[in-house]
Design a protein around this ligand. Sequence first.
Ligand code: MD3
Ligand code: FE
Length: 201
Amino acid sequence: MQTVLDVGGFDVRKGWLSPSAQAVMASDVAAVVAAAPFFAPMTPWGKPMSVRMTSAGKYGWFTDRRGYRYVERHPSGSPWPPIPASVLDVWRALVSTERLPDCCLVNWYGGTARMGMHRDADETDFGWPVLSISLGDPAVFRVGGLARSDPSRTIVLESGDVVTFGGPARLAYHGIDRIRAGGSRVWPDGGRVNLTLRVVD
Ligand code: MD3
Ligand code: FE
């Protein structure tokens, strides 16, 4: 087995959401996007990301020339919409009923979008796991170890898969190599949405 499984804290639940639960969540996500439209994030080094983003909850993850950070408003100036109950239920079932996430980052991947290897380190307390929900076209997800130079491997994340990254895996390097366009009918126009739930502060 490779690095990540050795590191521990990395739990993939294939098909955890039934097709009907995925359909409910997709319509809840569409309502979030209607209230807080996707935008094209700009990296601090001036290159736009290929992923489109929005958020729900108290905080949204944001990036521009000033850097990465959590903000309490969409670029339009409105507060982020609430995290849908269908999404919070997954967190309650797998992480905690005591503490709920304060950010649901919504990432949209078209056929050519990708996400480079990175760590999620903008939060205050790495004791809480990050929970990821995939909806739509399959993605080739890459996960490595705690150092950028560690070996990495890929797994395919499909619609309805739920992954938690806790313990040592919370700070593992990860990214999305590519999308397998046309692999799902969850979204009428195709593409993949990934929801990540985090405790920010
Ligand atoms: C491993 N998103 O938004 S989800 C991100 O599919 C992000 O949109 C990818 O990486 C996506 O930051 C990957 C899987 C994931 C999410 C958070 C993690 C893996 C993680 C946090 C720590 C370790
Ligand atoms: Fe990440």
